[in-house]
Design a protein around this ligand. Structure first.
Ligand code: ADP
Ligand code: MG
Length: 573
């Protein structure tokens, strides 16, 4: 007969053997990476059933008999847990293993032992509850285990009673130990399920956190790339005004002002430090911005610094779920170019108005001038001949004033009237006699180099003639006798080009810069309106003028006229 101490030891041994599956399973959870819980198909469930089977065998191997009264084999506990967690097949396997182990290790082996101690009577209930068990909460799971386990423990007590054991002969402490053993078994079952579920949940949470942090890291990377790509400077600062992040666009702009500055340098300083390093002192707008950032107030406005006009939006960052503020973000847009264009547009608008008024006034001046000229003509006829030279000067000056007015009015005229499909070669050939005559008077020559085929263009012939004449005259005026004026045409993709070349004085860089500016002239009798007029004619035809000049060698004006694809079809010789 064993003593109480040995019996306690044996009970503890059974407890350890029955719990061994949990240790194995925890080891397995720590090894595995994917523990998404899928009750229908998961490696973890298969492993759990195998570990329970092993625990069952261990319990059976260590089984014994308490005071010759009752079998001590807790294999039923891991077997039932395995059957409840496992699939139908693993459940059937454990259901077979349990009676086999009970049969092999029971002493004495009787039918009632195999039938009652292995809990075979509870199998239908166990199989029926398994599905509910899998999707239940921890408490439900423990309750379901107890529903099948508690009757089994009672069966075990009954079998030893039916075997004829006289419990009344037992001392009270031994009886208490037996009762304790019977009570401890389901209690341990509950604890094991609780620990198993906790371990499993913890692992799942760990996995989820790892997945979320990886996703978070990726999203931060994506966000950083996006902020780096936008053509805006984005800077965020913490509550103390210290810069916490800065995008690539800002870094590039900073590098222009402070060479060799690194992101780490910037991240270690405040906005005021940065302004100080950029030597931005005495800037009221900037001070206002820095003040708003310090007071964590929204700022929206223009800041002029480093010769640039910046549009700055500074706004406090408020996390969506908390009411608390988390620093500020500054979005800076360089508006220098836009501002320049805007002021230029205003200037142009004012000029247009002035131009329109001037055109109106000029037009009105022509009539009184015509009257004055007419009367001068009359007076000239009736005046003595010694006054003739004075009249000639007055009349010449009146004619010059009239030509300035005509040029100015042509320049002021906008919009096109009378465009028609025309051949540029015809226009040039029409003008050729006039140019030849002019060139002859100056001792110069004119050369035509017209290409073979040219598409028809939408031209206002009157204006194009004026353009060619103006450029031709300028060229002749820039050349000495024996100079050669060349008019060349060529057809390049989508464009027809007219080149007016001369072998004249050419122009300096300064002259080139002022070219096309109204009233810019280097000639005593010049109006400075010829080239602006040519440019406006070219632009009204959707074209452009390019100039290439070399001092002392000559100048080439290239006028490009665009033509549509369908015009290509109408190619003429
Ligand atoms: P204008 O002929 O009345 O001076 P334009 O607008 O036609 O006015 O020309 C402006 C100025 O551009 C000229 O005074 C001259 O200095 C320069 N220029 C124009 N064409 C040529 C050229 N082919 N070669 C050299 N200078 C030229
Ligand atoms: Mg001219």
């Amino acid at each position: 007969m064993i003593t109480i101490t040995t019996a306690v030891k044996e009970i503890l041994l059974q407890m350890a053997a029955a719990s061994s599956f949990l240790m194995l399973f925890q080891w397995r959870l720590n090894q595995s990476h994917i523990t998404r819980r899928n009750p229908r198909c998961s490696d973890e469930y298969t492993f759990l059933v195998m570990a329970c089977g092993l625990s069952l065998v261990l319990c059976s191997l260590l089984s014994g008999n308490l005071f010759g009264m009752i079998d001590l084999n807790w294999g039923i506990l891991p077997a039932f847990i395995g059957m409840l967690y496992g699939s139908f097949r693993s459940r059937a396997l454990l259901a077979l293993m349990l009676p086999v182990c009970t049969y092999v290790f029971s002493d004495p082996v009787t039918q009632s032992h195999v039938l009652l101690d292995s809990g075979i009577f509870m199998y239908p209930l166990l199989f029926g509850m398994a599905n509910r068990f899998k999707f239940g909460t921890v408490v439900e799971k423990i309750a379901l285990l107890w529903i099948v386990l508690v009757p089994c423990m009672l069966f075990i007590a009954f079998t030893s009673f039916f075997d004829g054991n006289d419990f009344s002969r037992l001392q009270d402490d031994k009886m208490a130990l037996i009762l304790c053993m019977l009570f401890l078994n389901p209690l341990l079952g509950g604890v094991l399920i609780y620990m198993l579920e906790s371990a499993w949940n913890k692992r799942e949470i760990e996995e989820r956190i790892a997945y979320m942090s990886e996703k978070f890291r990726r999203e931060i990377g994506d966000l950083q790339q996006i902020t780096d790509m936008v053509p805006l400077s984005i800077i965020s600062v913490d509550d103390n005004g210290r810069i916490t992040s800065i995008n690539e666009t800002s870094m590039k702009k900073l590098e222009i002002e402070i060479p060799h500055i690194t992101r780490t340098d910037v991240l270690n300083c405040t906005l005021s430090d940065l302004a100080h390093r950029l030597k931005l002192n005495d800037n009221r707008e900037l001070d206002h911005l820095l003040d708003s950032v310090t007071r964590k107030q929204k700022f929206m406005g223009k800041v002029a610094c480093l010769g640039k006009i910046l549009y700055v939006l500074a706004a406090p960052l408020v996390p969506r779920d908390q009411g608390q503020q988390a620093g500020m973000v500054l979005i800076i847009q360089d508006m220098t170019e836009e501002e320049n264009i805007r002021s230029e547009l205003n200037h142009v608008e004012r000029l247009t108005l002035v131009g329109r008024m001037a055109a109106g006034i000029t037009h009105e001046i022509r009539n009184p001038m015509a009257v004055v000229r007419g009367f001068l003509q009359l007076m000239r006829e009736k005046s003595p001949s010694d006054m003739e030279s004075y009249y000639r000067i007055v009349m010449d000056e009146l004619d010059r004033a009239n030509s300035i007015i005509n040029d100015f009015l042509s320049l002021a005229q906008s919009g096109l009237s009378g465009k028609e499909d025309s051949n540029l070669h015809d226009v040039i050939e029409d003008l050729a006699p006039l140019l030849w005559a002019d060139a002859n008077l100056r001792g110069q020559s004119v050369e035509l180099r017209l290409c073979d085929k040219l598409p028809l263009l939408q031209l206002n012939i009157k204006e194009i003639k004026q353009l060619v004449l103006n450029l031709g005259r300028n060229a002749m005026e820039a050349m000495e006798p024996k100079g050669v004026l060349t008019l060349e045409t060529r057809c390049v993709p989508e464009k027809v080009e007219l080149l007016v070349k001369d072998t004249g004085s050419g122009m300096s860089d300064m002259e080139m810069e002022k070219l096309f500016t109204p009233f810019f002239t280097t000639k005593e009798q010049g109006t400075g309106l010829g080239l602006p007029l040519c440019l406006s004619i070219a632009e009204r035809h959707g074209g452009s003028i390019a100039v290439d000049s070399c001092l002392g060698t000559g100048t080439v004006f290239t006028i490009s006229f665009p033509y549509e694809k369908q015009e290509k079809a109408a190619v003429v010789c």
